[in-house]
Design a protein around this ligand. Structure first.
Ligand code: GLN
Length: 305
């Protein structure tokens, strides 16, 4: 069985080795420094065994794949009621960086778009931005099973060009969504997006969700099953932004993408697959990542539906 899985991943990598569609994200200038032909795949079984192929150990920035994990941390620390008062759970059907809130509640529609992710950061209790970032980094690291490093260049690049996110943070502040200074909250958001991961790290982080909050490699419980259930639900409906409907019908797994080129897809109780390929489609999702995951779901019949 192990050999079959490995061969299957190697075949997927070989199939996409020559394909060069899509484009690197360039609104964060530093992201154009990445080799667009990188392609890595990691599958974690539910007991934490990893199958890897291609550039599975190449580091890239986590970007929006951070969002479900900070949302989970906020739920874990302050509870559902406090989180729900500030962030909805409805798909927005909009781009990830839309400057928007829900018409009635004046809170972000969901935690997977930037507005909701910035609100999640502010919900993590801390005495200041450094403590808040340390808590976030520790939580991701506990899910990954190793201490994650931070990419100073990508962080500076995003901070220098992040007017759109600044607009979102100030809009949220004007609606009373952020309990702290918007610039400080945003700075932590930029830092969390700049944490460096490999597809193997993301497979482990996803596996921690697949196992209901227990990291299968370290055996450590990092959060509760209730927190994970909520997080995975929001990933199903909102994780792929305005491509969420296509994704659910074609692949049918809770997932999250990031403009660094990663996509992590979770089959609760069974496995996690992470693909990294930095060339993106117009929605900001890894183009080959989508194709590979569609093929995988089609072949294995692992859609949760
Ligand atoms: N840091 C990025 C941003 O806020 C994350 C976006 C993404 O990965 N979709 O624009």
């Amino acid at each position: 069985m192990a050999e079959l899985v490995q061969r299957y991943l190697d075949d997927l990598v070989a199939e996409y080795a020559e394909v060069s569609d899509g484009a690197l994200a360039d609104y964060i200038p530093e992201l154009t420094q990445v080799d667009p032909s990188g392609f890595g795949l990691t599958l974690s079984s539910s007991d934490g065994f990893l199958y890897e192929s291609g550039d599975a150990r190449t580091e890239f920035t986590i970007q929006s794949i951070s969002k479900p994990f900070t949302y989970a941390l906020a739920l874990d620390q302050v509870g559902e009621e406090a989180v729900d008062a500030k962030i909805g759970v409805e798909p927005s059907g909009e781009a990830f960086n839309e400057i928007s809130v829900d018409d009635k509640t004046k809170t972000p529609k969901n935690p997977m778009i930037n507005a909701g992710a910035i609100a999640s950061v502010a919900l993590v209790p801390a005495a200041g931005p450094d403590e808040r970032f340390a808590k976030i980094r520790d939580f991701y690291s506990a899910c990954a099973g190793r201490p994650l490093e931070f990419d100073e260049d990508v962080y500076r690049s995003e901070k220098a060009t992040g007017s759109r996110n600044r607009a979102i943070a100030y809009m949220l502040d004007s609606f009373g969504v952020l309990a702290d200074d918007p610039d400080e909250v945003l700075d932590v958001y930029f830092r969390q997006c700049s944490l460096r991961v490999t597809s193997a790290d993301l497979a482990r982080m996803g596996a921690t969700l697949a196992r209901g909050g227990v990291n299968p490699q370290t055996g450590r419980r990092v959060t509760s099953t209730r927190v994970v259930q909520r997080t995975l639900s929001v990933m199903v409906t909102c994780g792929m932004y305005n491509a969420a409907g296509d994704w659910v019908s074609a692949v049918g797994m809770p997932a999250k993408s990031g403009v660094g080129g990663g996509i992590v897809a979770v089959v609760p109780g069974r496995l996690t697959l992470c693909v990294w390929s930095p060339a993106l489609d117009p929605q900001g999702n890894s183009l080959l990542g989508l194709k590979a995951l569609e093929l995988f779901a089609g072949k294995t019949g692992l859609s949760i539906f």
